[in-house]
Design a protein around this ligand. Sequence first.
Ligand code: FPP
Length: 229
Amino acid sequence: MTATIAPARARHVAIIMDGNGRWAKRRHLPRVVGHQRGVEAVRKLVRATAALDLECLTLYAFSSENWKRPEDEVDDLMGLMRKFIRSDLPEFIEHGVRLHIIGDWRGLAPDIVAMLDDALRQTARGTRTLAVALNYGGQQEIARAASAAAAEGAITPEAIAAQLDTASLPPLDLLIRTSGEVRLSNFLLWQAAYAEMLFVDTLWPDFTPEHLAAALQDFATRERRYGGR
Ligand code: FPP
């Protein structure tokens, strides 16, 4: 018997959106402009998920380690997050996009937490998911999940998985990183166990729905064995 699973449509794609700074630097623009253009790329991609028939898109917006960046850049990123939620929430509601947040997001500024709480409530009935990783670290997530599993009984892979921030999402199929860097940077470490990986040179602000469509086509050609043969 073979454990090979036939190539399938990806349900859940996650992206490490890297290269905003280099995009700006190449144009002699301030870094914040790279991040602004990065948000534009996010917006276009979220709009395209329906046509691409993608159930869940998870984006690494702010890592637990991003606090180490200069204060003004952290402020810029938080400001962009506020603006993005405020401006795009009506569109999410109208188009059935369910917002989901992963990471230690309750540790963010109180006004952002309130805004996110409200957005989660208002989008709860959406049929496709935009999961945003905020104040997120994969090791921290696994540690939290393992503690929660231990509090309930045995620490098994299944018990940990059930406590992860992604427990309500489909299994991760494809993880993409832009900008030519080839590492996971503490993103979805547990969930990536059997995910396909795609590293592309495109800088994040230049990443378009066409790039995602190409990535999904590439995914459909891969043979996933999950350790079988
Ligand atoms: C990496 O580029 C990008 C980030 C640390 C932040 C990603 C955030 C956004 C695209 C905007 C906010 C997102 C949402 C969902 C509103 P970098 O600055 O590390 O680029 P570099 O490696 O070229 O310097």
